[in-house]
Design a protein around this ligand. Structure first.
Ligand SMILES: Cc1cc2nc3c(=O)[nH]c(=O)nc-3n(C[C@H](O)[C@H](O)[C@H](O)COP(=O)(O)OP(=O)(O)OC[C@H]3O[C@@H](n4cnc5c(N)ncnc54)[C@H](O)[C@@H]3O)c2cc1C
Length: 463
């Protein structure tokens, strides 16, 4: 068997964060093997390729990847423009993956289905760190076992959507009517148009994916008679759902929330808040969705289709034989859990973090990218790029660079502190009165009789 140092660092997933990880590792002279399950890089982004992201180009490109591309003649599109996911793939990720430095290291149609240590299951502790990792890789030519010195899991969460069932497991009837349920954000105005035109669709969920789907359905309803929409969500706090509007430091994200608020207030969409989906039934060939609400059991419908914009969760099956330390409810890396828990934090901020927070009791294994957030919804690419810069430096042994983590994220402009927790800041820091967090501005704004977070007024005041 090869010695550890001859072996590559395995990166699982050639999404934006996995590709950036490969660049950072290579720039430190480390050998890399990048596995991608799809038949091209960034397979998950292609799935929601029609969606325009709310971060401009300058927030979408990893700095080291951008430098490498620029050294070979690439120019970033207008830094202030907002690409669709398809444009991110075509104008950034595909050119990056095609560079002669990266291309030989990338294997597409290669799905990692299990990771362990050669000769040691999870229970065996002896010399664990000296045993190479073993990756079980499914390819078109069969399954093989590869070795790696370290593993960076950047496999995302896109392929494992949360079910409609409010209890986290599929609602009764969810599997039976799967052919009428789309998870994520279907291309309502493009390739999936015929499925939604002239039909009634229920959108379940309250995040940005639900907002995108609702706005597309409303656009379709303008031109396709008979198109109708319903919106169901578990939450009841509409301020949080509609976002920070003008106070959002990412204006496009603020606009998305404001547009969906306008749509809901226009009366064109029937809104069911506090709705916990229990079952889906068929009646006269159409669907009825049943859920618990404050008024008891409520029935929504009849409808033709459902869009489950209920978020994603990490696939933990491939790391079953590794010693992981995960947050018990978010399934994020443990150290990040308290900092990103959506029950506690809404302002979009997360303290700078790197290899230490992203590591596990399993030496040499790191979870990065949106998977590091587990079920939490607020991940931004900027976070992932700084994560992999730090992890690559740590693997290379440059601990000074690995520990020098820097991250300033645009805040959402929504800052909610749960009842009874006034002594704690929503941004994961100490009490609002003691820190310069957006919670301070929130408290100030509310004391002055204003609604919302007040982050914007804080910024203006500072200028
Ligand atoms: C609709 C939507 C809009 C978003 N908008 C923004 C935005 O505006 N700005 C922003 O900063 N962030 C945004 N995000 C959040 C986040 O930046 C993206 O989800 C981003 O794609 C995360 O990158 P990633 O590399 O961690 O994961 P992914 O992009 O999901 O990449 C994971 C890759 O791993 C591959 N893979 C999965 N399993 C395996 C396996 N077992 N073996 C091998 N390969 C595997 C997948 O095929 C995929 O290519 C958005 C997310 C969504 C869903």
């Amino acid at each position: 068997m090869a010695t550890q140092n001859d072996l590559p660092i395995a990166v699982i997933g050639a999404g934006p964060v996995g590709l950036a990880a490969a660049v950072h590792l290579m720039s430190r002279g480390l050998p890399v093997k990048l596995y991608e399950a799809g038949n091209g890089v960034a397979a998950s982004l292609r799935d929601w390729g029609h969606v325009r992201v709310f971060t401009p180009w300058r927030y979408c490109v990893d700095q080291a990847a951008g430098r490498l591309l620029e050294s070979q003649g690439w120019r970033m599109p207008d830094a202030e423009a907002f690409p669709t996911a398809d444009e991110l793939v075509t104008h950034y990720l595909e050119p990056l993956a095609s560079l002669p430095e990266l291309a030989p290291a990338i294997e597409t149609n290669a799905r990692v289905v299990a990771i362990s240590r050669w000769g040691a299951d999870k229970v065996r502790g002896s010399e664990r760190g000296t045993r190479p990792f073993m990756l079980v890789v499914e390819t078109a030519n069969g399954t093989r076992r590869d070795s790696a010195r370290a593993v960076i899991d950047a496999s995302g969460t896109w392929r494992t959507p949360n079910p409609l069932g409010a209890g986290g497991i599929a609602a009764q009837g969810e599997a039976e009517f799967a052919d009428r349920i789309a998870y994520g954000i279907p291309d309502i105005l493009g390739r999936d148009r015929a499925l939604y035109a002239g039909r009634t669709t229920l959108v379940a969920g309250s995040g940005h994916s639900a907002a995108n789907a609702l706005l597309d359905l409303a656009r379709l309803a303008n031109v396709a008679p008979g198109t109708a929409l319903l919106w169901a969500m578990r939450g009841t706090d509409l301020v949080r759902i509609y976002g920070g509007g003008d106070a959002d430091q990412l204006p496009a994200r603020g606009e998305l929330g404001a547009d969906v608020r306008d749509l809901a207030e226009s009366g064109r969409v029937r809104l069911a808040t506090g709705f916990a989906t229990v079952a889906i039934r068929e009646h006269d060939g159409r669907l009825i969705v049943e859920g618990q609400s404050e008024e008891g059991l409520l029935q929504l419908g009849p409808i033709d289709r459902i869009i489950a914009a209920t978020g994603q969760r990490p696939d933990l099956s491939l790391t079953r034989e590794l010693r992981l330390d995960l947050d018990p409810w978010l399934e994020s890396v443990k150290a990040l859990g308290p900092l990103i828990d959506p029950n506690e934090h809404s302002c979009g901020d997360v303290p700078p973090h790197g290899h230490r927070e992203l590591s596990h009791p399993e030496p040499g294994f790191f979870t990065v990218g949106i998977k590091s957030y587990g079920r939490a919804p607020t991940f931004l690419l900027l976070t992932g790029y700084e994560q992999v810069r730090s992890v690559a430096a740590a693997i290379a042994g440059d601990m000074a660079a690995a520990d020098a983590v820097q991250l300033v994220l645009p805040e959402t402009g929504v800052c909610t502190v749960p009842a009874g927790r006034a002594s704690q800041g929503c941004c994961g820091g100490p009490a609002p009165v003691e820190v310069d967090a957006c919670c301070v501005a929130d408290v100030d704004a509310k004391a002055a009789g204003k609604s919302g977070c007040g982050c914007a007024s804080k910024m203006e005041a500072a200028e």
